[in-house]
Write a protein that binds this ligand. Structure first.
Ligand SMILES: Cc1ncc(COP(=O)(O)O)c(C=O)c1O
Length: 373
C-alpha cells in the first residue's frame, strides 16, 4: 500500500519536466518490476515464464477495478489506437466525432470507413475545441449510432462530462479515448461503452501498455472484425478456424506482451493504492499552480478553470508573435513542454515539485521582461 506522500516522492526524474501529456517517465516500481521480470524471462524455467504471464490477468483485473467493470470485459492492447481500431472497425452507421480529436480517433475512423464502407463519419468542429453536451446534442442525427470522444482533450485540456454526454446521446454507443485522464481523474466510466487508453503517459508504465474495455452494449453491437488468433475461446485451434469469442477477448489479435502487462499492473497497483481521488485532487493543485503563473504574466489559458473540467493539461495561448519567445524561455530554463501550432501545453503531474514550478515561474518572468507591449 502507498499513500499520497509516498506516491508523490516516487517521482524521481529531473526537475523541469512538464510534459506528462506527451510521455510519462517510468516510475521506480515499474522500472524495478520490468528488470526483475526480464531476468525471469531469461531463466529458461517454465515456472518463471508462467509467473510473468500472470501479470496479464492482474493488469486486466486492475483496469477493471479502476473502471468499475468486469475483468472479462477488459482486454490488453498494444496501444490506445489498437483498442479504438477494434471498436471503430466494428461499427456500422453514423459515427459522430470532432475533427480536432487526436489522430488515434480521426485517422482510425477514416480508415475504417474507407475500408468497410459501412460507417458514415459525422464530423463536428466545435469553435473552442470542446465536445460539450450541447455541441454533441446539436450534431446528433437519426443516423448517429456512436459518439467517439477523448476523456481529456490533448490540445485544450478540456475534460468531457461523460455522464452528461450519456444523457444527451441516449442509448447510442459512447467510445472514449481515455489516455489523457485514466488514473489521474475520476470519470463516470459506466456512462461509456468502450474505454481505450495506454499507460505510457500519466500511469508511468511505458509503451506497449494499452487496454480497452467493452461494456455489454458494445459487445452486443460491435462486430469483432479485427479479431485475431488471441480472440477465441479455448486452446490453440488445429486445422479449424473457430468463431471469435463471445466475450471482449474477441477484440484482441495476438497474445499479450507479458513484460508490458507487468509494467501496467505495477503502475495500476500504485494508482489503485494511492487512490484516483487523491491523485486527482493533488493534480488539480499542480495545474492551478501553472495557471497562477500564467495569470501573473498575463498569458491566456485555453484550459477550463473548473477543476472538474480539466485533467493534468494546461494549455497556454500566447499571442502569435509571443509563442516563439515563450517557448525559447521555457527551453532556456530547462523546462520540457509541448509547443504545437502556437500553443504551449504544460502538463505537470502529482510529483511535480516546487523546484520545477519555480523554474516555470522564472521562465515566464524572463519572457515577460522581454515582451514588447
Ligand atoms: C488523446 C490521445 N489519444 C491517443 C494518444 C496516443 O495513442 P497511442 O496509445 O495509440 O499511442 C495520444 C497521445 O498523445 C493522445 O493524446
Amino acid at each position: 500500500m502507498i499513500d499520497l506522500e509516498t506516491f508523490r516522492e516516487s517521482f524521481d526524474g529531473e526537475p523541469g519536466y512538464l510534459d506528462w501529456a506527451a510521455f510519462g517517465p517510468l516510475s521506480p516500481s515499474v522500472r524495478a518490476e520490468a528488470q526483475a521480470d526480464t531476468e525471469l524471462l531469461g531463466s529458461g524455467r517454465r515456472t518463471s515464464i508462467d509467473l510473468v504471464a500472470e501479470h496479464a490477468f492482474a493488469a486486466r483485473a486492475l483496469v477493471a477495478e479502476l473502471l468499475g467493470a468486469d475483468t472479462d470485459q477488459v482486454t490488453l492492447q498494444p496501444s490506445t489506437t489498437d483498442g479504438l481500431m477494434h471498436a471503430l472497425y466494428g461499427l456500422s452507421g453514423g459515427l459522430l466525432l470532432s475533427r480536432g480529436e487526436f489522430p488515434a480517433l480521426t485517422v482510425t475512423a477514416t480508415r475504417a470507413r474507407d475500408a468497410l464502407g459501412r460507417i458514415d463519419l459525422q464530423w463536428v468542429e466545435p469553435h473552442d475545441g470542446r465536445m460539450t453536451p450541447d455541441v454533441v446534442r446539436d450534431a446528433l442525427t437519426e443516423e448517429t449510432r456512436a459518439v467517439a470522444v477523448s476523456l481529456v482533450d490533448y490540445r485544450t485540456g478540456y475534460r468531457t462530462d461523460l455522464t452528461a454526454l450519456r444523457e444527451v446521446i441516449g442509448d447510442r454507443l459512447l467510445i472514449v479515448d481515455a489516455i489523457q485522464g485514466f488514473g489521474v481523474v475520476e470519470a463516470d466510466y459506466a456512462a461509456a461503452d468502450v474505454v481505450a487508453a495506454h499507460g505510457y503517459k500519466w500511469l508511468r508504465a511505458g509503451r506497449g501498455t494499452g487496454f480497452a474495455w467493452f461494456g455489454e452494449r458494445a459487445l452486443e453491437r460491435l462486430s469483432p472484425v479485427l479479431s485475431g488468433r488471441a480472440g477465441i475461446d479455448g486452446d490453440l485451434p488445429l486445422d479449424v478456424v473457430p468463431l471469435p469469442a463471445a466475450s471482449a477477448q474477441a477484440f484482441t489479435v495476438s497474445p499479450v506482451d507479458t513484460l508490458a502487462a507487468a509494467r501496467l499492473a505495477t503502475a495500476l497497483r500504485d494508482v489503485r493504492d494511492c487512490g484516483v481521488a487523491a491523485i486527482s485532487d493533488e493534480l488539480a493543485q499542480r495545474t492551478a499552480d501553472v495557471m497562477y503563473f500564467a495569470d501573473r504574466y498575463e498569458l491566456p489559458v485555453l484550459t477550463p478553470r473548473e477543476p472538474e473540467r480539466r485533467g493534468g493539461i494546461v494549455t497556454l495561448a500566447p499571442a502569435p508573435h509571443e509563442a516563439a519567445p515563450l517557448a525559447a524561455s521555457l527551453a532556456n530554463h530547462g523546462l520540457t513542454v509541448t509547443v504545437r501550432s502556437g500553443l504551449v501545453r504544460v502538463s505537470p503531474h502529482v510529483g511535480t515539485g516546487a523546484d520545477t514550478l519555480r523554474l516555470f515561474g522564472d521562465a515566464l518572468a524572463a519572457f515577460a521582461a522581454t515582451r514588447a507591449w
